[in-house]
Design a protein. Sequence first.
Length: 357
Amino acid sequence: MPSISPGVVSGADYRTLLDACRDGGYALPAVNVVGTNSVNAVLEAAARNGSDVIIQASNGGARFFAGEGLPDAHRARVLGAASLARHVHLLAKEYGIAVILHTDHADRKLVPWLDDLISLSEDEFAATGRPLFTSHMLDLSAEPIEKNLETSAEMLKRLAPLGMGLEIELGVTGGEEDGVGHDLEEGADNAHLYTQPEDVLRAWELLAPLGTVSIAASFGNVHGVYKPGNVKLRPEILLASQQAVAAVAKTGPKPLSLVFHGGSGSEVADIEAAVSYGVFKMNIDTDVQFAFAEGVGARVFENPEAFRHQIDPTSGKPLKSLYDPRKWLRAGEKSIIQRLDEAFETLGAKGRSIAKP
């Protein structure tokens, strides 16, 4: 088994981790975070499951990390992402696992956000030999494929010298993610949710020679959780995409690093099939948000008076120990950890960390 140092990965270590997932037949959960509580919960969950992990932030998550009080939304997104990166770099080594640090969906209007984050990584690389982030996602799936790939190639040329990767999307993942995408229309013709393997091959032929690229090929997946029957996954599209590229690449099976968006609420059989076809990363945001809310909510429901009064109106006892934010925030963290325990198990990542001190 290969090994890498604990901490945020980039360059050769990033590629080694991708290869380990492919060769080992497992995937890593990619968890959207919005603050230090969710970051710390993800790190703790990864460490206790003996797994590496992917931590990512959407543009809205990054802005929230910086604080909603900052009036300049763009600057808040940049500073929040930078603050997140510093926090993860500081703590990931202490947890003894490897972390892929990533930003989630960025469409055309958010390209300036990525440009500024890449500038920060360029400065960091010049000073330390390592970028701030492992990779970024550029989601131009709503645009013509020619424009999508052209802009992706330009960005990857900038990322590659820093040892960073680029995630792109082909086809459209249904639902909306922090202002990127659109709501899934029940009963509508959702043919655009299924990527064509020839488009994946086209992307690979253009981008793979430029640097490390991962592809979110849509196979009916959506963001969020919908009622049964409204989402029809076809993971065999991923297999067809791998086969199309393998026939040209001549590098063996599963040459693609594939991404599964919208993993929340998915059937275990569909997840396992997707992983078997070369998915190394499964995004799980909605379920984790609910887990955090469920944990905090249970704490509130169990101690309702503590969230209305400082002193119990019946007994006269101080309630500070119950409304202490550390108590109910920790309850939310524990609930996140429990949900991620399940994810590491389902994805086959438990006990598979390649990080060694």
